[in-house]
Design a protein around this ligand. Structure first.
Ligand code: CU
Length: 452
């Protein structure tokens, strides 16, 4: 079987071979093949071999939908259907999505392109696709009943429009929206600038924030949940199984984050300050880009930020709402901090010999706890780092900045080894020799970064 990189490479190369001239006499082609993805690994798309050059985005634990050219029009085929998604290794969710996965594949095209997107409905109810943020004719806007009738089960609709601007957009149903989005139907739509020298970056990461409420031992999200979700996901994936953002030192990096959950998410990245360069409304002019270390992503919005990867290391990137860096947990657990549970433990063990008292000294110890779980769930926080449990889950990953990483290499380079003297250590009564020789070095953050 081909791996995902080969599959996508073949798809894109195949599309590139079909020049617009070759098809100028045959305007009556059948449906484009609907590419299908069966894995939650991150697929890296090769640069286009013809047409406008651009640096494809990297969708963490996701992929880009292949297209074909038909008489100068880029044709895509989305299939809305029930899918099985690995939220984490060993945890499957029964969702609705597109082309085998939730979130759906990223659609990538170029400003000035005309796109024709076939949408086949394999769901048990009607659906539609709304193209969030794109400027298009109102009949192509995908609001069921308003823009066009619902796409009935088994039917295929065609959306066709010109991409009038570059930027980062989203797609999702505007039909039984509460249910279909709670079930995982959403994806991102990236339009690259037609001028390759406009806003270029070396690495361009894509994250869709989404959330599910799936009881341990079950597989289908509870669609009526409004706020109290128990799985906070990036591209329908949870830490520790969200892939790292692998970066070569010195790279110019963009991270595009869309939010189709029911609440806002302040995304915080360690080790850097960055500039907010794009919203789903368009690019932010350089004079108006503002510096941040956390950027709040409102509901139904996208924010992109950029930085130059000058600082080697392993840097956390996560939602700053601490309940969103946890996996399946009940929120009605009482607080036991400061409570002596000795007597309770003795009584409980008469009924349940393995009972473990929890929470009297905080809950950090749960990060290294192994106890038997119901089927199809994973612990609240079980990511391990080089120095022990990371005590995080949910919306968390690591930006890994290294030297000598090839341009198209996104393989996990392992953990960063901090140089001597650059890692916090236990005080054992006196300073080690390297510390007693330390004195301030006059290193200032470059003026450009300080003052923008
Ligand atoms: Cu959050």
């Amino acid at each position: 079987m081909m791996n995902r990189r080969q599959l996508l490479g073949a798809g894109t190369a195949g599309a590139a071979l079909v020049s617009s001239q070759a098809w100028s006499q045959t305007s009556n082609m059948g449906l484009p093949e609907a590419a299908l993805m069966d894995s939650a690994a991150t697929a890296v798309t090769p640069r286009p071999s013809s047409g406008v050059d651009y640096n494809p985005v990297v969708t963490l634990n996701g992929w880009t939908l292949p297209y074909r050219m038909n008489n100068g029009v880029k044709e895509f085929h989305l299939v809305a259907e029930p899918v099985e998604r690995e939220l984490a290794d060993g945890m499957i969710a029964h969702l609705w999505g597109y082309n085998g996965q939730s979130t759906g594949p990223t659609i990538e095209a170029v400003e000035g392109d005309r796109v024709r997107i076939y949408v086949t409905n394999k769901l048990p109810e009607n659906t539609s696709v709304h193209w969030h943020g794109l400027i298009l004719p109102s009949g192509m806007d995908g609001v069921v009943g308003l823009s066009h009738p619902g796409i009935k089960p088994g039917k295929t609709f065609v959306y066709e429009f010109d991409l009038t601007k570059s930027g980062t957009f989203m797609y999702h149903p505007h039909a039984d929206e509460m249910v279909q989005m709670a079930m995982g139907m959403m994806g991102m739509f990236v339009v690259h600038p037609k001028d390759p020298t406009f806003m270029p970056v070396d690495r361009d990461f894509l994250i869709m924030l989404n959330a599910f409420d799936i009881d341990p031992g079950t597989y289908v999200p509870k669609i009526m949940t409004m706020n109290d979700f128990n799985l906070w996901t990036w591209n329908s994936r949870i830490f520790p199984d969200i892939d790292p953002l692998v970066v070569n030192k010195g790279d110019k990096v963009r991270v595009r984050v869309g939010n189709l959950t029911m609440t806002n998410h302040p995304i915080h990245m360690h080790g850097y300050d960055f500039k907010v360069t794009c919203t789903d409304g368009g690019w932010v002019p350089e004079s108006a880009q503002w510096p941040e270390v956390s950027i709040d992503i409102p509901v139904g919005a996208m924010r992109a930020y950029e930085f130059t990867a000058d600082h080697l290391g392993d840097w956390a990137i996560h939602c700053h709402k601490s309940h969103h860096t946890m996996n399946a947990m009940g929120h009605d657990v009482p607080t036991f901090i400061g409570v002596n549970k000795t007597q309770l433990t003795q009584k409980m063990r008469k009924f349940q010999p393995e009972y473990m008292p929890m929470g009297t000294a905080g809950m950090g110890d749960m990060g290294k706890m192994t106890m038997e779980l119901p089927e199809n769930t994973i612990p609240m926080m079980n990511g391990w780092g080089p120095h022990g449990p990371i005590e995080m889950g949910g919306m968390f990953s690591v930006v890994k900045v290294r030297e000598g990483i090839e341009a198209d290499d996104y393989e996990d380079p392992g953990w960063y080894k901090n140089p001597p003297g650059e890692q916090a250590y236990e005080w054992t009564g006196e300073l080690p020799e390297f510390a007693s020789n330390n004195s301030p070095k006059t290193i200032l953050t470059p003026k450009s970064t300080r003052e923008g």
